[in-house]
Ligand binder design. Structure first.
Ligand SMILES: *Cc1c(COP(=O)(O)O)cnc(C)c1O
Length: 376
């Protein structure tokens, strides 16, 4: 049996990417800086509503730059979602800051604003300063920005939205990420649109983004020779990759629509099975359904998510458990977490299903059959 492998979230090219990349070649702008990069940033500003954007090498790099320029440093504490990908939280450690995790809200799976307020109190009770709060928009659903900002703003704590997974989603009619002091996005190969690898930092604050741009290019001073008064990074996106991004942006609406259809297809095909649950969409926005996730209740379903994962693997279908919470990671042993039971439960019961926008009806059928075969 040699069925094609079904991946969790493979890239899908729309068709015009190569035309943009050709432009880069024809104009010989193979260097990092070039006109496509400026066009990509401009187009991303128009998409998100942010006044300023800087394109960088990854979402992780965007978070690193943002935290540095928000003034996070040695001994500060960065509060982050525990249910997230590690790239969301490692940049704090690059800066010598400490981490403090916050559990998810049961309804949205995103950072619980009530627990966030408690976490800030816990950090401050130890005499430490909270340098920033970084909530993740999990699997394409926006966190409740207004509720989180209502906690951060009166205390003067910057809010950096990790919208790596939520490009194309909305919160109260605005694009994902718009609702804090700044937001980051990822164009890694598995995200809803990709530049093969890349990220974006966005904000309405022009000084902030200009500084981020300077820091992404080795923090060079304004002089004809190379002069540096501070340490920067080599984080700028290449003009060639920005070309891929421009082609992908043109496809975003259709990819979001397709991922939402895929979720609905799974919900219809599997929602009636005993012990299978889907997450509902928060009232305040529209998720991009980057990944379709099911929760499996072992008692009702008859077996747990790992059996289902292995059954899918037997059919050459990739699936994956929900992100393992950061407070359960060996590397973060001893890092405090406010709450934790919700994310632990989601990790124990959750399974991410193939969700790529190029999936066909037959692909979806294969996944559903493999899952159903487990309980037969
Ligand atoms: C993918 C991802 C990142 C990191 O993005 P990269 O571009 O891979 O560095 C950060 N946070 C979350 C929640 C992600 O899913």
């Amino acid at each position: 049996m040699s069925k094609d492998r079904l991946f969790l979230s493979p890239p899908q090219m729309g068709g015009t990417e190569l035309d943009f990349v050709k432009k880069a070649f024809e104009s010989n702008y193979i260097a990092p800086l070039g006109p496509l990069l400026a066009d990509f940033e401009q187009a991303f500003c128009e998409l998100t509503g942010f006044a300023h954007c800087v394109a960088v090498t990854s979402g992780t790099a965007a978070i690193h730059l943002a935290l540095r320029l928000l003034g996070v440093g040695l001994g500060d504490v960065v509060i982050a979602s525990t249910l997230t990908f590690i790239g969301s939280v490692t940049p704090a450690t690059f800066l010598g800051a400490e981490l403090h995790f916050v559990d998810s809200d049961r309804g949205t799976w995103n950072m619980d604003p009530v627990l966030l307020a408690r976490a800030i109190d816990e950090v401050e009770a130890k005499g430490k300063r909270v340098g920033a709060v970084v909530p993740t928009d999990l699997y394409g659903q926006c966190a409740d920005y207004d509720a989180l900002r209502a906690v951060c703003e009166p205390r003067g704590i910057p809010l950096l939205i990790d919208a790596a997974e939520s490009v194309g989603a909305t919160y109260k009619g605005r694009h994902a990420g718009y609702g804090g002091d700044a937001a980051i996005y990822s164009f890694n190969g598995n995200k809803i649109i990709t530049t093969s690898g890349g990220g974006m930092l966005a904000s309405d604050d022009s000084d902030f983004i200009n500084e981020a741009r300077r820091f992404s290019q080795q923090a060079r001073d304004d002089a004809p020779y190379y002069e540096h008064t501070t340490i920067g990074y080599n984080y700028r996106m290449s003009n060639v990759l920005a070309g891929i991004g421009l082609g992908q942006l043109a496809m975003l609406d259709s990819y979001v629509a397709r991922r939402r259809e895929i979720f609905q297809w799974y919900e219809k095909a599997l929602g009636g099975l005993p012990g299978i649950e889907f997450t509902s969409e928060a009232e305040y926005g529209k998720t991009n359904r980057w990944l379709s996730v099911i929760l499996i209740n072992e008692d009702a379903f008859g077996t747990g998510p790992e059996t289902v994962r292995l059954a899918l693997e037997d059919e050459n279908i990739e699936s994956r458990p929900v992100w393992k919470p950061m407070h359960m990671q060996p590397v973060f042993a001893g890092v405090p977490c406010t709450g934790g039971a919700v994310s632990e439960d989601l990790f124990a019961r959750g399974l991410c299903l193939p969700s790529g926008s190029a999936m066909t009806e037959a692909d979806l059928e294969r996944v559903a059959q493999a899952i159903k075969s487990v309980i037969r």
